[in-house]
Design a protein. Structure first.
Length: 218
């Protein structure tokens, strides 16, 4: 990101005090969104709540990354959650199938003995994991930016995006991997920003790519 989000109130306070206020605002919203995404996921019974929660959280975090953080975080999140509940679940259905397949492959891998078959299965599991992570990271901003696009067309774009934008996909995978390693060593961050920080970073990366594509198409 080129700069941290600021508001008129933050700009009114110069020097280090202003920077501290900006940092505290960002940190507070990250923690709040982390809690809201978890609550939204649980409210939908996990399976039906995950995609709407990620969509609503991504929308709020996009405002934060754009320098216009929400002043009514709770209301905006739940309004977005309700509005996108059906659409996000429809769009996320193919991903759910993919994650179920990944879980099955992982269980087979865990039971497989050493050898060429296990090595090939390991490569497949890693590749599928990366693809699904990039597709999920792409789905959240795409669903937000192109609300009027039919679900089938939206999903076709999401499905091929990891292949057509490999550098963005690689950046998303690397960012998530770095955050995963960080969370492993600094476990206190998991309940604080374990969901919101990856959502913010991956959403920002994908948004930059989508902005470029929109500019080319204009």
């Amino acid at each position: 990101m080129s700069s941290l989000p600021t508001t008129h109130d933050d700009l009114a306070v110069g020097g280090w005090a202003g920077r501290v206020m900006v940092f505290l605002r960002v940190a507070t919203q990250l923690v709040a969104v982390n809690v809201l995404v978890a609550l939204g996921t649980l409210a939908g019974g996990i399976v039906l709540g995950a995609y709407p929660a990620l969509g609503a959280g991504g929308s709020v975090l996009a405002r934060l990354a754009g320098g216009t953080p929400s002043e009514h975080l709770w209301q905006e999140f739940w309004a977005g959650y309700r509005a996108g509940f059906r659409r996000l679940n429809v769009l996320g259905a193919p991903l759910t199938v993919g994650f179920l397949l990944l879980a099955l492959d992982a269980s087979v891998l865990a039971a497989a003995s050493a050898g060429p078959a296990r090595a090939a299965l390991t490569v497949g599991v890693v590749a599928l994991t990366g693809y699904l992570l990039v597709a999920l990271a792409t789905l959240v901003p795409v669903a937000r930016r192109y609300e009027d696009v039919p679900a089938a067309r939206t999903w076709r774009f999401v499905a091929v995006a990891p292949l057509l934008s490999p550098l963005t996909g690689l950046a998303v995978v690397v960012a998530i991997a770095v955050l995963a390693v960080t969370f492993t060593y600094v476990t206190v961050l998991i309940p604080l920003v374990g969901l919101s920080l990856p959502l913010l970073v991956s959403g920002w990366l994908v948004d930059q790519r989508l902005t470029t594509l929109d500019a080319r198409a204009a």
